[in-house]
Design a protein around this ligand. Structure first.
Ligand SMILES: Cc1cc2nc3c(=O)[nH]c(=O)nc-3n(C[C@H](O)[C@H](O)[C@H](O)COP(=O)(O)OP(=O)(O)OC[C@H]3O[C@@H](n4cnc5c(N)ncnc54)[C@H](O)[C@@H]3O)c2cc1C
Ligand code: SF4
Length: 305
């Protein structure tokens, strides 16, 4: 078993105290289902960690006049079981249910989904493994093993719920001691796997606002073992008066959105836009071919808004 590095843990019961802790350099832990394994792998060795688990105001699901506001500390299980989510945002509930395992869904939070680190087979490894290949651009090294001639990091954002949240037009509410701000989820992510997330270290995600759904959405996930694995491909599609949209993820640091008038044009647009890198389990031609197939399967699952 890999030991955790030493760190100081604070467990505030108020948001104000948590904001002071992050302004002071503490790293946020919510469910800990990704942060703790990453700390065991020595990807992060924070001196101070602040837990959000004791802040009740972050764990509420509040229906609005037509949409709802999800506290960032709501577990994926709570989101998946909430009656308003099931009625208005069924693809979000479905996406929560595809994350890892039921026990991890009971601990992992929706805020941790939005802020999930990008992943790569050369990065999500114990420190000794990474040292044996000399580290990589994202952590302790000078070269990217996936694209050795490149200067960027292509680690993938593979949070199951993000494509559905994107198509439901989610808005992320952030707080810090310097003030609050809102960012549409679709503007939160960048193109490099090292700097993919537009949340400052002194900020917390407090909630995720979902306006009244303007379209129906379908979520699909492809993974090697349905019992636990991260996605080889994530697809969400929506249909509204404006036409069809698809968001494809788990193929790079930033989810990719395309739009078209017909299912075939949407599948083709997604296939053209996506440039997945190969893994030992998932060769590039297979991953690219799957994009077209999964977009069409998702469109077939749509019902009228
Ligand atoms: C075996 C295994 C399989 C998994 N499979 C999947 C999978 O299939 N799909 C998937 O999407 N995920 C998967 N995960 C990852 C993880 O369980 C989920 O993504 C979960 O939703 C993360 O939430 P958390 O609360 O546990 O985050 P944490 O681990 O607590 O935090 C994750 C990151 O988010 C930051 N963070 C958390 N909350 C906030 C906040 N409110 N404001 C700012 N930053 C914040 C933390 O600082 C950290 O950087 C898996 C994990 C394991 C261990
Ligand atoms: S894609 Fe990123 S994480 Fe993966 S080897 Fe390259 S630099 Fe490292």
């Amino acid at each position: 078993m890999l030991p955790l590095p030493r760190f100081q843990l604070s467990r505030p019961t108020s948001l104000a105290d948590a904001l002071i802790a992050v302004a002071d350099g503490a790293v946020v832990i919510a469910g800990g289902t990704d942060l703790l394994p990453s700390m065991k792998h020595r990807l992060f060795e924070p001196a101070r960690v602040v837990s959000l688990a004791g802040i009740a105001s972050l764990r509420t699901i509040v229906p609005q006049e037509r949409g709802l506001v999800l506290g960032s500390g709501c577990t994926l299980r709570d989101v998946a079981r909430d009656q308003t989510v099931l009625r208005l945002f069924p693809a979000l509930a479905a996406a929560c249910r595809t994350v890892a395992t039921p026990t991890i869904q009971a601990m992992g939070t929706i805020g941790g989904q939005v802020a999930l680190d990008t992943r790569c087979v050369y990065y999500n490894q114990p420190a000794g493994w990474r040292q044996s290949v000399g580290g990589c651009l994202k952590k302790d090294g000078a070269v990217c093993h996936v694209a050795p001639k490149g200067t960027g990091c292509y680690a993938a954002h593979a949070a199951d719920t993000v494509p559905a949240l994107w198509l439901y037009d989610a808005v992320i509410q952030l707080a810090s001691t310097a003030g609050d701000r809102e960012v549409p989820l679709r503007d939160l992510y960048g193109d490099d796997g090292r700097t993919w997330l537009g949340v400052r270290p002194d900020e917390l995600i407090t909630s995720i606002a979902l306006p009244a759904p303007a379209s129906s959405v379908v979520h699909r996930k492809v993974r090697t073992r349905a019992a636990i694995d991260y996605a080889a491909l994530l697809v969400a599609v929506s249909r509204s008066d404006q036409g069809l949209r698809a968001v494809v993820s788990a193929v790079g640091p930033r989810p990719i959105e395309v739009a078209a008038a017909t299912p075939e044009a949407l599948a083709e647009a997604a296939h053209e836009a996506v440039r997945p890198l190969g893994t030992h389990l998932h060769p590039v031609p297979w991953r690219r071919a799957l994009v077209r197939i999964e977009v069409l399967r998702a469109v077939n699952g749509l019902i009228s808004p």
